[in-house]
Design a protein around this ligand. Sequence first.
Ligand code: SF4
Ligand code: SF4
Ligand code: SF4
Length: 160
Amino acid sequence: MTVLDPSSSVVTFEPENKEIDKRWGVPQKLFVPQNCYHCGRAPCIESCPKGAIERRADGIVHIVADKCIGCKQCILVCPYGAIQFNDKIGIADKCNMCAHLVDRGQVPVCVSKCPYKARKFGTLDELSTYIEKEKIKVLVIPELEWFQPAAFYCKGGHKF
Ligand code: SF4
Ligand code: SF4
Ligand code: SF4
């Protein structure tokens, strides 16, 4: 079962088989951060009355700040609760996959700065090949597969 809370910045996975966490004696849970999944089918793009949410050729979904009027429609429709409202400047805001760094051939900050090296960045082909080669179990949220998320969470303590 997956607990989704659009107002939260994390998602909780509760495995079907309810494995017991030996450390605490309670069913396992996994908390994951909720940044944008850069969906292949992105309802946020369709919802925006100003065309302020665009998909780049490389798949990155980003908000064009100059076009946003702060109507919050996109916040309502994002199935992952990945868009926040920036009260200071009155517009919607979200993860843009650090596009400015990607354009310079660098990786996103959350990838390069994660102290546990828990994140990996690449094209879908590169990541799929890696996942297949390493036989890594990918956690999916079945209810949300339709949106074709381009970010994945994997189970286990893999060092990338
Ligand atoms: S996760 Fe939300 S904000 Fe990101 S592309 Fe999908 S619908 Fe849009
Ligand atoms: S808040 Fe901005 S980006 Fe979101 S739907 Fe409204 S105009 Fe578009
Ligand atoms: S550091 Fe960059 S890629 Fe990572 S969540 Fe923030 S905007 Fe997205």
